[in-house]
Design a protein around this ligand. Structure first.
Ligand code: G4P
Length: 528
């Protein structure tokens, strides 16, 4: 209970979107409001542009940017906001999914012209899996977008979530006049490229006021009145509990590049977004107000300088108080560790941090002791649940081109996969190393980094698998029998758990049907 005040002040969230919807631009505007940056243009996009797939310098540059912008911490109206960055490129989707395990809510950015896109769907699936509360920001209203009612319909259907408009746009594109704030009952007039200040907002008690016609023109004013009548009738007041239960997503319309509609969203965000909550572990729930420190590693980043092998582990505090130089219990290694230079990301600069509380993210220098999902406590043995590895989608065998460097290769593979760049499996009963990734780009990154950082030269042989399922059985003999029988399709993950590598959905379904005593799982979660 000692730290309640600190917990109440914190909001930890991520902005997610399909690439190009405006995540970077929106992030920048939020940082401007938070005073974390002074000028526009200071946040560089960390997306890997399409043409850069084989440009390794570009990958390195992006890695640099993504370390700097992995966590952005700023204060707004006395609320401490931790904004966690997620890579937009679909080949790094797993990294994004894991980052989502460390946040308490998300803001989903939708491009008003394109509506729901491929990545939007996948990201929302993860949010739904975890019941993460979502606020939607419909961006680029300064462009001729879809009809706003159609867009809401599309979002509700495609994302399987009920929406609740908080602001309502008056036209779009060159005719975009601004938004009406349905809850504050004020009109915010659009001006391109300005900071939206209170001068642009017009408080109106009654929409029938003639000033609305004056400001918007009669036709627009009439449409707005009709729309608002309709919306009020359908939606009523936002039920914050429904938002917190991830059943309803409040929606804002705006234009990030013009810094329009952003403040309205941020003001609502700090009012309704959830503060850090209690979390589930293998040992029951850890109360967020527990005085004892606990937390987990959700991301690991290698040092950019290949001569130094140290890495940065991103650690989310879940309860208690994290302190510099204090010993904490590393559950997996069963040893006590302390950190003399943990850092925070306040104002996007790396500062040594003396203490941190639930919701905060701390950067820990790591010389190879951490992997994703590792837990630190004050002595208890448990893991936080809900940080699974998902099944990869592309599988390749690693071919060592330089037998003199076998040791380096093994070390490199272990370390890179600890970082979560990819998953490593070893052929059952053999030595073949199999790498599983979500996207092709990751293989290029691995090949490049193995050579640059470990001096190991590899190529890959494509394997005909499409999914990995973790398998389990009550009867260990049955499991072994199955593994022996299906040897060509069996691998072991890094923790020695058996995985069935399926060639196709048909094969997978056949094995599931033929082996009722064996459970097939699509994530590694079962082993926690
Ligand atoms: P991302 O991080 O989600 O990938 O998107 P990002 O913010 O980089 O924005 C993608 C493109 O959309 C950028 O243009 C950006 O300027 C533009 N954009 C963002 N918000 C708005 C908006 O409200 N209205 C309009 N019309 N455009 C917007 P770009 O040409 O790809 O990059 P840049 O050269 O402008 O940096």
């Amino acid at each position: 209970m000692k730290y309640r005040k600190e917990i109440e002040r914190r909001r930890t969230f991520a902005i997610i979107s399909h690439p190009d919807a405006g995540k970077t631009t929106l992030t920048e505007k939020l940082l401007l409001f938070g005073g974390a940056i002074q000028v526009a243009g200071a946040v560089k996009s960390n997306k890997i542009k399409k043409h850069a797939t084989s440009d390794f310098m570009e990958i390195e540059r992006q890695r640099g940017i993504s370390v700097a912008t992995s966590v952005m911490c700023f204060a707004y109206k006395d609320i401490l906001i931790n904004l966690l960055d997620t890579p937009g490129h679909k080949d790094f989707a797993e990294d994004t999914f894991r980052t989502l395990t460390a946040v308490d809510s998300v803001v989903l950015v939708i491009d008003s012209v394109n509506g729901v896109e491929e990545q939007t769907r996948r990201l929302m699936e993860v949010c739904r899996m975890r019941d993460t509360p979502v606020i939607v920001f419909i961006n680029k209203m300064d462009r001729d977008g879809k009809n706003r009612f159609d867009l809401l319909d599309e979002l509700e259907k495609e994302l399987s979530i009920s929406l609740h408009p908080m602001t309502w746009p008056i036209n779009s594109g060159t005719d975009f006049k601004g938004v009406y704030n349905l809850h504050e009952k004020n009109l915010v007039l659009f001006q391109a490229n300005t900071k939206s200040t209170d001068e642009n907002s017009l408080a109106i008690g009654d929409l029938s006021d003639a000033i609305v016609d004056q400001k918007l023109g009669e036709a627009n004013a009439a449409t707005l009145r009709e729309d608002v009548d309709l919306i009020d009738g359908v939606y009523g007041q936002l039920d914050v509990e429904e938002y917190l239960a991830a059943e309803v997503a409040p929606v804002f319309f705006g234009s990030a590049i013009n810094n329009f509609g952003v403040r309205e969203m941020l003001d609502t965000f700090i009012k309704i977004a959830p503060q850090p909550a209690s979390r589930e572990t293998t040992n029951g729930t850890v109360d967020v107000e527990d005085d004892k420190m606990s937390g987990f590693v959700f991301k690991i980043h290698a040092n950019l300088d290949p001569r130094h092998r140290d890495r940065i582990a991103f650690f989310r505090v879940c309860s208690g108080k994290f302190e510099r130089n204090k010993y904490f219990h590393h559950v997996r290694l069963n040893k006590d560790v302390r950190f003399s230079n943990p850092y925070s990301f306040l104002a996007r600069e790396k500062n040594i941090v003396e203490d941190a509380y639930a919701g905060d993210v701390v950067g820990l220098f790591d010389t190879g002791n951490f992997k994703i999902g590792d837990t630190l406590t004050e002595g208890e043995d448990f893991y936080f649940t809900g940080i699974p590895s998902f099944s990869p989608e592309i599988f390749k065998e690693v071919v060592n081109k330089d037998p003199m460097k076998t040791k380096q290769l093994e070390k490199g593979l272990m370390q890179l996969t600890d970082e979560g760049v990819a998953q490593l499996f070893t052929q059952y009963g053999g030595n073949k190393k199999i790498i599983g990734c979500v996207g092709e780009l990751q293989f290029e990154v691995i090949q490049y980094r193995l050579l640059q950082e470990y001096g190991a030269s590899v190529t890959f042989n494509a394997l005909p698998f499409y999914k990995a399922c973790w398998i389990q059985a009550q009867d260990k003999k049955k499991l072994e029998e199955f593994a022996r029988f299906k040897q060509a399709n069996i691998g072991e993950d890094k923790d020695g758990h058996l995985v069935y590598l399926a060639q196709s959905e048909w094969f997978l379904n056949t094995e599931i049907t033929n082996n009722p005593d064996i459970a097939f799982h699509f994530t590694s979660e079962i082993h926690k």
